[in-house]
Design a protein around this ligand. Sequence first.
Ligand SMILES: [Zn+2]
Ligand SMILES: [Zn+2]
Length: 286
Amino acid sequence: MFVDSHAHLEMSQFDADRDAMLARADDAGIETVIAIGSGTGPGSLDCAIQLASREKAGEPRIYATVGIHPHEARLATDADFDKLNTLARHPKVIAWGEIGLDYFYDHSPREVQRAVFLKQLELARTARLPVVIHCRPSADSQNAWDECLRILAEQWAPSGLGGVLHCFTGMMEHARRALGMGFMISFAGNVIFPKAQNIRDAARELPLDRIFIETDSPFLAPVPHRGKRNEPAFVREVARQIGELRGVAAEEVAFHTSQNVYRFFHLPPASNPGAPIPAQSGRAAR
Ligand SMILES: [Zn+2]
Ligand SMILES: [Zn+2]
């Protein structure tokens, strides 16, 4: 059984076959998907909640996040923050994100990215939600990592809420600093892209109880699907690749990464959906 810890299920790339795509995920043994709610920015902030409300038989369970991606930071208004604050209370919302810094594309000015990141950390702390972090430095630089981890250390670590470094592309040292702040590290299909030796090192060496796997669908399709649209069923391939790096079976990676997601977010195991949520769960306890 697999958990895809990060997918953009609402994107238009899935408009033609969303039902079939989710049915394929179920057939492939994907029992839970975390739908990332940053959408295309303000105006679509409830997109993941809508998907998480489907609860259709023959599809994976879907949980949601809410947040404004650094790409769209320049569009964020106070009204959007108010809206997020309300949406964050929805029972299917388990995290705030993806938020962070993207100095590779610079779709929003960096000072605006930082301000919107800080504002959302503050809102997430109030909502008692862990955060899903997107961090991408400029080419041949670690600038966004240094800054993002400094902000998290100063502004977030004291909350004790932790979070996820999604689609990890940093160095081992970055991963270790994040682990020290209660973060989980999530790996996507780029783990075997030729230039990604640092990602492979992290995927091989980090403790198995601290990692997630994800697709980041519809982006970043893993080999052998590279260049095509990605979808949650392909998270199996990420498990297989990490298993190969670590010298363990894909099933073992699948089992641990699924348990890690359920434990971190206090979710009941999908194979027993009626089971009560563990006692220490709920926002008050996080
Ligand atoms: Zn991202
Ligand atoms: Zn994403």
